[in-house]
Design a protein around this ligand. Structure first.
Ligand code: ZN
Ligand code: ZN
Length: 273
């Protein structure tokens, strides 16, 4: 819909008039915004967002440092997935969680900049892998306590736009977070696992019997949350579970991811908006 926004003169005039009264600066570079199509970001910064580079794990999409990893084995899995096969069939992680996307997701999620929901969803849709065949889309749920304090579930807003694009129903009530957990961001992989064990429940499992599910979330860090969701769904009798996240954290201490991120910013074509 970004393209529609830029082509609709009324929306463009209103936005320019509003920015004349209330000047807004790009959250990444600080330059004043004018006719830039994405709220809070200038066109130049937004154009630096690049698709996560191949080759990646055939199961969780973890980037590999070398194309040799998949040269003779296109379905090669990372050691995490080999050691502990995930409950999801396949996870797609579309963009590195780096500026300006990181600022956009944080502003959307924590500062209630709802106007970013649509551009972020469009970004997700612009990079969708081909051949997604699912019956139901389910956003990763928040615990009611966190939902009350945040007032919205960012994954549901993304899933809702995706549902319109794929023409598949979205369900925000069948998978619930039944126990309040501490935020995952400060925890190690093992702590995340303990923190989330049995945190999710499936309501009306008969409705999901053998259904192919697409889980949607904003950020993939270790995949623990998605894996626990997928495990609950499979235990409740669902069909295969797939996962889609807009961004994936890249660890700057790890050479492979850092190299991939640098390669991505230097060589890949810009994502059209
Ligand atoms: Zn900028
Ligand atoms: Zn993997």
């Amino acid at each position: 819909m970004l393209r529609e926004d830029t082509q609709n003169p009324v929306i463009g005039w209103c936005r320019q008039a509003l920015r004349f009264v209330l000047p807004v600066e790009c959250l990444t570079c600080g330059n004043s915004l004018s006719t830039d199509p994405v709220p809070f970001f200038c066109r130049s910064c937004w154009h630096t967002i690049r698709r996560l580079q191949q080759p990646t794990c055939a199961s969780c999409d973890q980037p590999f440092v070398s194309s040799a990893a998949t040269a003779n084995s296109p379905n090669h899995r990372c050691w995490h997935c080999q050691e502990r096969p995930p409950s999801f069939e396949r996870a797609w992680t579309l963009f590195p969680y780096l500026p300006p996307l990181r600022e956009a997701i944080c502003s959307f999620k924590y500062q209630r900049k709802y106007a970013l929901a649509r551009p972020l969803a469009r970004l997700m849709i612009s990079a969708l892998p081909s051949g997604i065949e699912v019956d139901t889309i389910i956003p990763v749920p928040l615990h009611p306590t966190r939902l009350r304090s945040r007032e919205f579930n960012q994954s549901l807003l993304l899933a809702d736009q995706l549902s319109r694009h794929l023409a598949k129903p979205v369900s925000a009530t069948q998978l619930v977070r039944s126990s309040a957990t501490v935020p995952q961001t400060t925890l190690t992989r093992q702590e995340r696992l303990r923190n989330l064990r049995n945190a999710f429940e499936v309501r009306r499992p008969q409705d999901l019997k053998e259904k192919r599910i697409l889980l949607v979330d904003d950020v993939f860090t270790t995949g623990t949350t998605l894996n626990e969701c997928a495990k609950s769904l499979r235990n409740a009798g669902s069909g295969p579970v797939f996962a889609l996240t807009l961004a994936r954290t890249v660890d700057s201490d790890l050479v492979p991811d850092r190299l991939l991120a640098e390669q991505a910013t230097q060589s890949l074509p810009a994502i059209g908006i």
